[in-house]
Design a protein. Structure first.
Length: 382
């Protein structure tokens, strides 16, 4: 191990996901970028920055050998880390990601979601490609041992029939007032839901990219007035607008939309049908008094149930309830892993990639694929 290269790293954003969640006693640790870096012997954490002086002060107490800064611009003048982690709020992803890319590190780790909208995501992609900088996006379930086990079990449940994905919290599903900050659950946590479903589906389709640009005319957001309809005037059509959609899951049908007294979306369900799975459903609630993240995958010969804190596998077998019929029975050959290692595995993937041993398991492209799904749902809402 002593002969292996040590990679230098710096963190931009030393708040919750950047640092403080690493002290949450109930969470599986490491639960922050700082703690995951400190745990890995192949990484030397040399700097951190945060515009909140109190946050960076607390971070420095635990990382006294590292340099601290209150802006990334100041940090990049003093240090040239090989790995730069962007762990700021969503509205700052574009600015900080592009700034990091321009310093030419070996790798950028970008917190989910990629950006607050697809236009900003494409700006990050352009900067990354122009400078030849790889980006790993922290969609943690791609690295989690329980999700990896669930994905491997899909080969044992027969033909895929349907997927039910559920996200419940108290945060509004969508609010136009939060458009610029991204502080709504469709984006903030929905990105995990969309990416997890793509994680289960994409290898069945084996695409190099699951996005496309549709140039078909789309109806203008300005609805026709009653007089226009009575006079039989054509609806206004914008023939120039290009829409980015996900090729695996596109053209959703939205049902169950619930708005609160302020017009914020508090609940919705998006339904999809694709050549891989005939029925995919996303249910997102922003009026629940609990946080829940659950996915059920139904096959013709079995079922997978996975969510925060559990992972269960079922196969068809002789029924204990009915004569001459089969039922789903728990597969005793599989047990959920005691630790998911979601953060540890992400950082290990980063190191293995820099060593030339592995490809990145969660890329800028896969992150944008998930964002395309959320953007289309958002357009439907509007």
């Amino acid at each position: 191990m002593s002969e292996e290269k040590i990679y230098t790293a710096a963190i931009v954003g030393c708040g919750r996901i950047g640092y403080s969640l690493g002290h949450d006693e109930k969470r599986e640790q490491p639960a922050s970028h700082t703690m995951a870096f400190l745990e890995n012997p192949r990484i030397s954490l040399i700097a951190g920055c945060d515009s909140d002086e109190e946050a960076i002060k607390q971070w420095h107490q635990e990382n006294q050998k590292a340099l601290t800064f209150t802006s990334s611009e100041e940090m990049y003048k003093k240090v040239k880390p090989e790995i730069i982690c962007i762990a700021v709020n969503e509205e700052s992803h574009l600015k900080e990601a592009v700034a990091a890319i321009k310093t030419k590190p070996k790798l950028v780790i970008l917190e989910k979601p990629v950006a607050v909208n697809m236009d900003q995501a494409f700006e990050i992609k352009h900067a990354a490609e122009e400078n030849g900088i790889p980006i790993i996006v922290n969609h943690e379930r791609r690295f989690s041992e329980d999700y990896l086990l669930a994905k491997s079990y899909m080969a044992h449940i027969g033909t895929l029939q349907c997927i039910r994905a559920t996200l419940c919290s108290s945060l509004a599903v969508y609010a136009s007032s939060s458009e610029e900050t991204g502080a709504y659950s469709l984006l903030h946590d929905g990105t995990h839901l969309a990416d997890a479903i793509l994680f289960f589906l994409e290898d069945l389709n084996n695409p190099s990219s699951t996005m496309e640009i549709l140039e078909n005319p789309v109806q203008n957001n300005n609805a026709a007035s009653k007089n226009d309809i009575l006079l039989n005037k054509p609806l206004t059509v914008d023939t120039t607008k290009k829409i980015t959609v996900n090729t695996l899951l596109k053209r959703p049908v939205l049902t169950g939309i619930v708005r609160d007294e302020n017009g914020k979306i508090r609940q919705l369900c998006a339904h999809y049908s694709s050549h891989i799975c005939p029925d995919v459903e996303f249910f997102i609630s922003g009026r629940s008094k609990y946080f829940g993240f659950d996915i059920e995958i139904f096959g013709t010969e079995g079922k997978i149930c996975i969510g925060n804190g559990y992972c269960k596998f079922y196969k068809t077998g002789e029924s204990k309830l009915y004569s001459n019929l089969n039922s789903l029975v728990s597969d005793k050959n599989l047990k959920a892993p005691k630790k998911t290692l979601y953060f540890s595995n992400m950082v290990k993937n980063a190191v293995d990639f820099l060593d030339g041993r592995q490809s990145l398991k969660s890329t800028l492209q896969t992150g944008m694929n998930a964002l395309a799904i959320l953007e289309e749902i958002k357009r439907k809402i509007k």
